[in-house]
Design a protein around this ligand. Structure first.
Ligand code: S3P
Length: 163
């Protein structure tokens, strides 16, 4: 088995679930946001502020191509599915899991979050953004895991049952 990719909206738990899977499976872990910060030596908010979203998306597409190693969990950024080339890449992968979290749950979890430029942008309707992205997550997903009301451990075990 090569990589297991986790996709889903901001706040769907990709990072925590990826870490739980890493521990349970003793696999490697890649996180596209972390890869961007390491490679371009700027924080995500700085990249958005100083270079803009399109440059961030260029960086994101570039690091995505460096994933898919043996036995690796890949946590992706919530907007990874925005570019067609990334959806194409993800559709070619062995296993992509969509973490399907309701708007209510996301909104509750991220209410005070100031670390995500898109979430903090008052001009963006986040509920509409989620609605617009759902079909793109589903387009690339091999499995959909509903996460509302479930613990990280339960979700990780559910994913392991697919592998
Ligand atoms: C984004 C999600 C973030 C990060 C960036 C943009 C998005 O990742 O990549 O702030 O467009 O939804 P998380 O989904 O890990 O928060």
């Amino acid at each position: 088995m090569k990589s297991v990719f986790l996709v889903g909206f901001m706040g769907s738990g990709k990072t925590s679930i990826a870490k739980a899977l890493q521990t349970k499976l003793s696999w490697k872990l890649q996180d596209t946001d972390d890869m961007i910060v390491q490679e371009y030596k700027q924080s995500i908010p700085e990249i958005f502020r100083e270079r803009g979203e399109q440059v961030f998306r260029d960086y994101e597409s570039s690091v995505l191509k460096k994933t898919n190693l043996e036995q690796t969990i890949v946590a992706t950024g919530g907007g990874i599915i925005e570019r067609e080339e990334n959806r194409k890449f993800l559709k070619q992968q062995e296993m992509v899991i969509y973490l399907d979290t309701s708007w209510e749950e996301i909104n509750q979890r991220l209410s005070d979050d100031e670390t995500r430029p898109i979430w903090s942008n008052e001009n963006t309707d986040k509920k509409e953004l989620l609605k617009a992205r759902i079909s793109k997550y589903k387009e690339v997903a091999d499995f959909i895991v509903k996460t509302d009301g479930k613990s990280v451990d339960e979700i990780a075990n559910e994913i392991i049952s697919f592998i």
